[in-house]
Write a protein that binds this ligand. Sequence first.
Ligand SMILES: [Mg+2]
Length: 380
Amino acid sequence: MANVPTIARVTVHPVTYAEPNDNNSMRFLTFVRIESTDGHVGWGEAITQFPGSTRGTVEIIKGLADDLIGKDPTQNIGIWRDIRKQTWWYSYRGGLAHFALSAIDIALWDLKGKITGQSLIQMIGKRDASPDTRIPVLASTHVWNSNLDVEVARHEKFIKDGYIGFKIGMGKRGDARVGYDLDRDIKFVKDLRAAAGPKAWIMMDRGQSLNWTVDETIARVQAWEEQDLKWVEEPFEPWEFEHFRKLRQHTTTLFAGGEREWDYRGYSEVINSGTLDVIGCDVGRAEGITGALGIIRLVEAAGLWFNSHAWSSAVNTAASIALSASTPRCLLQELKPDENPMQHELVDEPFVAENGSIGVPNKPGLGINVNEKVLAKYAF
Ligand SMILES: [Mg+2]
């Protein structure tokens, strides 16, 4: 079949950039470009975050690239299975191979869509028949200013800018020190509610650098619930099932977590533990779109909520929005609210919140145009 395009070229493009949404800390991502013999190009990304994990992922992708040449990119799920099999020794239950597979898988879905003229959402199936499905959109933020009044004003503006609410990551870079002082944390959420109004969705996300005891977490979450907290994310480490169970006995808010899992095995465990209501999943980590679709099936079967952990580039966001729109078990789409290079420079039509929601990309593949000059500009 001479007409079937095959994979002609696989290249890997690591970048580093200052992230305005994270107090301008340096972040690292790994992009993959896959070109077919008929000239179509697909893009994928892994959210590798750190220099060492980025270097390692680059090398793994280079190691897998030769075997991709000559394959039919429309047989992408078969290729996904082959890579899982090929990396058996260093991918069991997670690791850098999952970053590599994620980037390759996303690029192959993009390429397949471009070759066949289908958008990702057409290929994976939309959750409803509406011609204009829109997903409620949330500002996913970190706080860093030591003066929390400044942070309250900043978050009030996100509501005015068209977000339904915000999720605040604590224990991050900067001087905000939210998550350390119980009384101060309680006042902060009270002030946020007063500024954002009664309808705004407010979520709090602990962050792994903070260590909370069960008792102080109960006190914190109960006080936040008085401000109509929508969910608390990772209040404990993912494996501290007993802590979650104790917290559950004293609170009613939703518990979110899961973003540190790598594959269906890890997700099966946290889902079966019964500790979470909202399952976070990063498409640039959990074996790509193909991996995430499997996790969505687990979430749907358990009657939980799926949440895309899309805190990365526009490649990741494009795939994430389609995944969100594919399942009725999704409440919202997260977006980084401050302009940043990997969302606003990388593509010509950046994703934006409009009146509290965001549309689903409908052009072929991921539906975005990646500017390669931007990848060169931020090359790592
Ligand atoms: Mg989180």
